[in-house]
Design a protein. Structure first.
Length: 106
């Protein structure tokens, strides 16, 4: 699979070939199809990149409990609570519990 920059370069070369080759040249066969296919691939790649970025942004803001943080840090839940009280981990209170950002644990 090509990256977006590579697809854009192919698209450029196809447009150059389209503008330079004579109308009856044999190399023009299928040139329009190639250009259309490349444009579709560029659009799909950009959409996939935007979706991946949105997912990463969602994951970054993902909230977790102290129990899940303890599992991720391979320690006890009490240790996570201790770190929060000492100010070593950022957390928000949610009722009587703490909630942490997953990115702070990673």
């Amino acid at each position: 699979m090509f990256r977006v920059k590579q697809l854009e370069l192919i698209h450029y070369y196809v447009r150059v070939a389209d503008s330079v080759l004579p109308a009856d040249h044999k190399s023009r066969d299928g040139l329009d199809e190639v250009r259309d296919d490349v444009e579709v691939q560029i659009a799909r790649s950009r959409a996939r990149t935007e979706n991946d970025a949105a997912l990463r942004e969602f994951e970054v803001d993902d909230k977790i409990t102290t129990a899940e943080a303890a599992r991720l840090m391979d320690c006890s839940q009490r240790w996570v609570q201790y770190k929060i009280k000492r100010g070593e981990l950022r957390a928000e209170t949610f009722g009587r519990s703490y909630v942490l950002n997953r990115r702070d644990i990673a």
